[in-house]
Design a protein around this ligand. Structure first.
Ligand SMILES: [Fe+2]
Length: 224
């Protein structure tokens, strides 16, 4: 797994160098102190980040294979083997979660599933909407791409987590649209001087939407 990740980082580094961007990685890692997280957080979050990575890359790869004219960088040629690596890494973390059955039980299992699915999906939606132009350049609709990545990752998470979100029944995706538009309004207002009350209003609305999305219904994974 470490060898795979080193290879991925090597690809990205070469792509950055080709664009004239050089990162001093050893220096970067000394700038911030190391933070230790509980084992359950590491297992749940790494499983999800590997699986969401798999779905992101495989959906882009499938789209580019169907529309080869949109593959504007040689880096895309590596997406297929790259995402298969991520898929395997996710499977390793699924096995690790099974080694500690307590991590999936009771309220703890439900809270861990809810928090990590919600936070990883939220980060994905906001990043995809911020970089919408990149997906449009590939000929993809960023909102549909984001929703498909979430649906597939949520479906895959049924194999590892005790609970997953009910994306097709509840208001999860509708709230995602409202969160994204509120976030865009907050970004647009950021540079504006004054308008403190309007900015505060947007922040409160954003917080309210976050809470509603966090509390959306979940379904037990064994019902899959
Ligand atoms: Fe990975």
């Amino acid at each position: 797994m470490a060898r795979d990740e080193a290879r991925h980082a090597g690809f990205l580094n070469r792509a950055l160098v080709a664009e004239g961007i050089e990162l001093d990685l050893p220096k970067l890692s000394t700038k911030r102190p190391i933070t230790w997280f509980p084992l359950s957080w590491v297992l749940y979050s790494v499983f999800l980040s590997e699986k969401i990575g798999y779905w992101r890359y495989i959906l882009i790869d499938r789209h580019l294979k169907a529309n080869p004219d949109n593959a504007f960088a040689p880096l895309f040629d590596f997406f297929e083997p790259w995402c298969q690596d991520e898929n395997r890494h996710g499977d390793i973390f699924n096995l690790l979660i099974r080694c500690w059955p307590g991590l999936k039980q009771g309220l703890r299992g439900k809270l861990l599933s809810r928090f990590f699915l919600w936070s990883v999906f939220l980060t994905h939606s906001l990043t995809v909407c911020e970089r919408g132009d990149f997906y449009r350049l590939l000929g993809m609709d960023p909102h549909r791409f984001d929703a498909e990545v979430m649906r597939q990752t949520n479906r895959t998470a049924r194999r590892a987590f005790p609970w997953v979100f009910d994306l097709d029944q509840g208001q999860y995706l509708e709230l995602r649209d409202r969160l994204v538009s509120c976030f865009q309004q907050m970004q647009a207002r950021k540079a504006e001087p004054g308008a403190l009350l309007a900015k505060l209003g947007l922040k409160l609305r954003f917080a309210g939407l976050l809470l509603r999305q966090f509390c959306q219904p979940m379904v037990p994974a064994e019902g899959a």
